[in-house]
Ligand binder design. Sequence first.
Ligand code: 5AD
Ligand code: FES
Length: 335
Amino acid sequence: MSFTKQEVIDIIRENRDELDPKLRLRAHEERKKFYGNSVYVRGLIEFTNYCRNNCKYCGIRGGNVNVSRYRLTKEQILECCRTGYELGFRTFVLQGGDDPQITDDEICDIVSAIKSEYPDCAVTLSIGERSRDVYKAYFDAGTDRYLLRHETADNGHYNKLHPKEMSFEIRKRCLYDLKDIGFQVGAGFMVGSPYQTDENLAQDIMFLQELQPHMVGIGPFIPHKDTEFKDFSAGTLNMTLVMLCITRLALPKVLLPATTALGTINPRGREEGLLCGANVVMPNLSPTGVRHDYSLYDGKICMGDEAAECISCLGKRVETVGFKLDFSRGDHCEM
Ligand code: 5AD
Ligand code: FES
């Protein structure tokens, strides 16, 4: 169903203190219609924490001198995929900062290497803003999907979260280019980010309804000690769940992860997310040695866990709420 901005604002107000079980149930029923009790698994490979940008909320922003920087080699990335493939993963998400040192040819080369070794797997990139031609080159190299959260669909709010070189206009242009080229596209936003209003959240839903992305990443904002937002409070579990429910209802077939950030603010956050329409989990396949250096926010979970431990932990968690891990590619359903 399609919501008006005012309808979203009303739902937010009505559910602010406590999520109405009826809303949760509606979202749950909607997800079951298209995806049954499947929860898709994506292997996340955080392959570089170098970043040219300075998003004000992000722990690995280029200006943070306290981060020890790393970049995985192509061989190391392929090794992560090998581990993941043996564990059953059929989607690999290569996520990184906007690394000024990696060339587009190198990215294409990494993607084609993964696709030729694992033709039955989907490859997702999440490395920020590029020109349309560069996105096209990534697509031609075999990239199936691209994640680029819009962060907030309000210009003024976007400017409060980002340095002046960045703008929502550019972000939006990137998302439409990606869609037009043929990627399965993921947008998304943080809940409870500094200066966010109910109106802003309603605008996020309006933007999603307009863009019609295949995936939407939603997680609570969590402060990081080395950012100017260090003293702001984190987004709440409740409001994140409300936004997951609304997103599932607005985009019934969307792929919606129960994010690591949600698991970080509450030990049962991801399970709660799954009960509110989420249908994807993204365990970490990065080598454990570099995990601590990819800290976007404080307190991130699963830092020390090998992929195998993570997946068995997640399998159990998912079962406690009546779902089953599904290791297929988990493409956006087109029925
Ligand atoms: N808290 C929560 N999420 C964050 N992200 C970046 N920094 C934070 C933070 N402090 C999210 C952004 C980004 C994604 C990779 O992680 O939405 O798009
Ligand atoms: Fe990673 Fe539980 S999901 S350890």
